[in-house]
Write a protein that binds this ligand. Structure first.
Ligand code: EZ4
Ligand code: CO
Length: 402
């Protein structure tokens, strides 16, 4: 089989998605997601202008060689734009292989290690009472694990809490909005939030919380310690991870499990974190981590150090990435949990898919390949619109992590 062509489709059914479609002389095609929130066109150009010309004529079964060709062959290595582009190609190749062999992608990765993939939902509210209502709502939907975020006195808005009545959807059209941030009231607030959640919902529910890289290591250590009585499933992105050593400080102080990695694009971003056992869950995405080929190696490495996966599953990655993640989660041994932010109906209609949610679990479906498609006619109705993630400033105006 040979690759005859590949096209980038950019569609914006509420938010921007970059999809690569790889076609073959066997009449089969595969899809890959190359969406990088707020920087979508850079990946699209990287694919169209630089990678696709070198892809045509290759055998789609040679996914390992093609991955190495684009990674080592570029000389420059790594980086979110490069890795999202390589990830899009790699996932499309696995989709083609599954279709050609008439089997779901999870069968190419080891087969079913579990029947269903436990997912966690996002609950949030402008204050604790509203957050509790949203936890109750998600519990009723069947979720066994829920991430809880809430607004708090002293700040007009915070990460993970929508301004309006809709669901939380990071990225806004137009230029980047600017928000305020203050650490002290946040640190006082979060333990109160989880005390109330445990009081109302008991011990069974898995609870998670995302710090979104806003704390220093010692602040995160304090928060982890104060949350210990509430037995979190994990505390996410407690501090930025460019300095992997920072996690040693957190680890020395608290038994609250730690998850990190949604902005990583290479196993090297997690090398010290994993081999020193400073984290419990690795959150890289299939797209941003360079595809199934790369993430399989990262997950196997993590597994040797008791680190499990907890992949990022935001609405800013397309259903193509979600499908790939669910096949992967179904197959690997050291799966932990999968994030699930439901896409809008418009997005689901552009990307018809076999995966589904039932009683707190997701299932990839048993069709060949990834079991996800792109409705090109519908996709064309939603042209790209510039959008950015917000930026954050401390109350004195200093730029800080969003
Ligand atoms: O802010 O995907 O855990 N989930 C998250 C997400 C990220 C967005 C950034 O594009 O932190 O909401
Ligand atoms: Co996060």
């Amino acid at each position: 089989m040979k690759i005859t062509n590949a096209y980038v489709h950019i569609t914006s059914p509420g938010r921007n998605f970059v999809t690569l479609k790889v076609e073959t002389d066997a009449g089969l095609y595969g899809l890959g997601d190359g969406t990088l929130n707020g920087r979508e066109l850079a990946v699209a150009s990287y694919l169209t202008d630089h990678l696709v010309p070198c892809l045509i004529g290759r055998d789609p079964f040679q996914s390992e060689d093609i991955w190495q060709y684009f990674y080592r062959g570029a000389y420059w290595r790594r980086g979110p734009v490069t890795m999202a582009a390589i990830g899009a190609i790699d996932v499309a190749l696995w989709d083609i292989k599954g279709k050609a062999l008439n089997t779901p992608v999870y069968n190419l990765l080891g087969g079913k290690s579990r029947e269903g993939v436990m997912v966690y939902a996002h609950a949030n509210g402008k204050d604790i009472d509203h957050a509790l209502e949203d936890v109750a709502h998600h519990k009723e939907l069947g979720y066994k694990a829920i991430r809880v975020q809430s607004g708090f006195p002293g700040l007009a808005s915070t990460y993970g809490v929508p301004k309006g009545p809709g669901r939380y959807e990071p990225a806004e059209r137009g230029l980047p909005p600017e928000y305020d941030w203050a650490t002290e009231p946040y640190l006082r607030h979060v333990p109160r939030l989880f005390a109330r959640v445990r009081e109302q919902f008991g011990e069974e529910l898995h609870l998670l919380h995302d710090c979104h890289h806003r704390l220093t290591p010692i602040e995160a250590a304090r928060l982890g310690k104060e949350l210990e009585p509430f037995h979190l499933f994990w505390l996410e992105d407690p501090t930025p991870a460019e300095l992997q050593d920072g996690f040693r400080i957190i680890r020395e102080h608290t038994t609250t499990p730690i998850a990190v990695g949604e902005v990583f694009n290479s196993v090297w971003d997690a090398h010290d974190l994993v081999r020193n056992q400073w984290i419990d869950y690795l959150r890289m995405t299939i797209t941003h981590g360079g595809g199934i080929t790369a993430i399989k190696k990262a997950a196997d490495f993590a597994g040797m150090y008791h680190v499990r996966t907890g992949f990022h599953g935001p609405t800013d990655l397309s259903p193509v990435c979600m499908a790939a993640a669910l096949h992967f989660d179904t197959a690997i041994h050291n799966f932990g949990i999968q994030e699930h932010m439901a896409h809008t109906d418009e997005t689901d209609a552009v990307f018809p898919h076999q995966y589904f949610f039932k009683d707190g679990y997701m299932f990839p479906g048993d069709g060949p390949g990834l079991g996800v498609d792109l409705d090109e006619a519908r996709a064309k109705k939603y042209p790209y619109q510039r959008a950015y993630l917000p930026v954050n400033r401390k109350l004195d105006g200093t730029l800080t992590d969003w």
